[in-house]
Design a protein around this ligand. Structure first.
Ligand SMILES: CC(C)(COP(=O)(O)OP(=O)(O)OC[C@H]1O[C@@H](n2cnc3c(N)ncnc32)[C@H](O)[C@@H]1OP(=O)(O)O)[C@@H](O)C(=O)NCCC(=O)NCCS
Length: 167
């Protein structure tokens, strides 16, 4: 995809796969996006972020530096990733810049889904095929195949019951 829809910025340093769909009003720079991924409107993907193949990113989501999203993941609307747990605007009287802080990485493993409005704190791994509920705040790792919701995100009662039934 090299013919950009209007009001979309895909900077020249973006590694864009084949057949990537970008709906419009997106801002992508210094990141990579795999083949057949679909990026909704008003999405920002920052430098150093990696989005895999066949990933769907819904509108208004923010994918920051340090985030890796593996193949086949679903990212709902307005999902916010975080890469600095203790942010400050100013250091020694001047605005902070790259190098004044350390990016904390986050990984979303293959086939996981993240519901709309979720906030993903930094330094966590969301396991393969896990499902994060809408509006959740994820503060720790989510096991592969787990279903979590709430603030802070914990396994839903139904998911816990299903897990018990399988024991
Ligand atoms: C969490 C979710 C996956 C449902 O999981 P589930 O295990 O089937 O849970 P249930 O629907 O049986 O609900 C279990 C309980 O959790 C509550 N619950 C459901 N979703 C919730 C959520 N996102 N946050 C907080 N609580 C939630 C229910 O109210 C219910 O509470 P109760 O037992 O007190 O009545 C689903 O509600 C959800 O949020 N999916 C994401 C949808 C989305 O964002 N899609 C984006 C594209 S439109």
């Amino acid at each position: 995809m090299r013919s950009k829809p209007p009001f979309t910025r895909v900077s020249p340093d973006v590694k864009l796969g084949r057949r990537v769909g970008i709906v419009g009003w997106a801002n992508l720079y210094g990141c990579s996006v795999g083949d057949d991924a679909k990026i909704g409107p008003f999405v920002e993907i920052q430098k150093g972020a990696s989005v895999g193949r066949r990933v769907k990113v819904s509108s208004h989501s923010f994918i920051c530096e340090g985030v890796t999203i593996e193949d086949d993941c679903f990212i709902g609307h307005g999902v916010i990733f975080i890469n600095d747990k203790y942010p400050v605007a100013v250091k020694e009287g001047a605005l902070t810049k790259d190098g004044d802080w350390t990016v904390v990485e986050t990984k979303v493993c293959r086939g996981a889904s993240i519901g709309s409005g979720a906030v993903i704190l930094c330094g966590v791994t969301i396991g393969a095929r896990a499902l994060v509920g809408a509006g959740a705040v994820v503060t720790r790792d989510v096991a592969p195949g787990a279903r979590v919701a709430g603030v802070p995100a914990r396994a839903t009662a139904k998911a816990r019951a299903t897990a018990r039934a399988w024991r």
